[in-house]
Design a protein around this ligand. Structure first.
Ligand SMILES: Cc1cc2nc3c(=O)[nH]c(=O)nc-3n(C[C@H](O)[C@H](O)[C@H](O)COP(=O)(O)O)c2cc1C
Length: 214
């Protein structure tokens, strides 16, 4: 198989053959520092450019490489780019106006423009197979891991991102517009773009508060 470039930075990648031996660890000072400094960028602070088609494919491919007990693949992606973001915004605005007809017009317009905050938004859909012997809980956790992998992959490719649910992840009209099945839920909307401002460090858990030893 030929190596192919998947990013503008010419990061070469040859997908391993099925069954190929893979190193279980890849020590990397850069990777450790990226993980230490990982920070979401609020969607309001995102802007152009977003990842191009090849980089987005690389990001999604990495995201889909999350741990998955018994290979259920309990997730799928819906990508919003270009005009699709405004088309989805119309769905949000209609639902918002239906619920709050007296609200100021600016609030309805905020909903219409919600997905325009970033060049690319990826809905990660948790898609549970209830008949499968892998517990539903584990399948849901897998979709969460996919979202986190996506944040890390975006960062490694030089893009900022934020994992959001906001009100519309849980709205029945929005669920219908996205074609979600009864067994499906939004794990997250991952907004990806360039950081217009650097987010500030926020408090992190104190390890001693959350750590015990058995
Ligand atoms: C499932 C999930 C849903 C989230 N939804 C929202 C949200 O709707 N609004 C929000 O401000 N942050 C939300 N967050 C938090 C952000 O993704 C992010 O963690 C936060 O902005 C803090 O940044 P940090 O990732 O650098 O800690 C959510 C996180 C998770 C895991």
């Amino acid at each position: 198989m030929d190596a192919r470039d998947t990013t503008p930075n010419n990061i070469p990648y040859t997908p391993p053959e099925l069954g190929a031996s893979l190193a279980p660890a890849h020590p990397s000072v850069d990777a450790v520092n990226m993980l230490r400094l990982r920070r979401s960028c609020p969607a309001d602070m995102l802007g152009e450019p977003g990842p191009d088609a090849a980089v987005l494919e690389a990001i999604l491919t990495i995201a889909a490489r999350a741990p998955d007990h018994r290979r259920v693949t309990p997730f799928r992606f819906v990508v919003f780019e270009g005009d699709a973001r405004a088309r989805f915004g119309a769905v949000l605005k209609a639902a918002f106006v239906e619920d709050q007809p007296e609200a100021e017009a600016s609030k309805a317009e905020y909903e219409a423009a919600r997905f325009l905050r970033a060049p690319v938004v990826v809905a990660v859909v948790s898609s549970v197979d209830r008949a499968h012997r892998t517990p539903e809980w584990e399948q849901i956790l897998c979709a969460g891991a996919v979202c986190q992998n996506m944040l890390l992959a975006a960062s490694a490719h030089g893009f900022a991102a934020q994992w959001l649910t906001e009100w519309y992840a849980y709205d029945t009209r929005v669920r219908a517009a996205l074609g979600l099945g009864e067994h499906e839920r939004i794990a997250g909307f991952v907004y990806i773009g360039a950081a217009m401002q650097d987010p500030k460090e926020r408090a992190r858990p104190v390890l001693s508060d959350i750590l015990t030893r058995f």
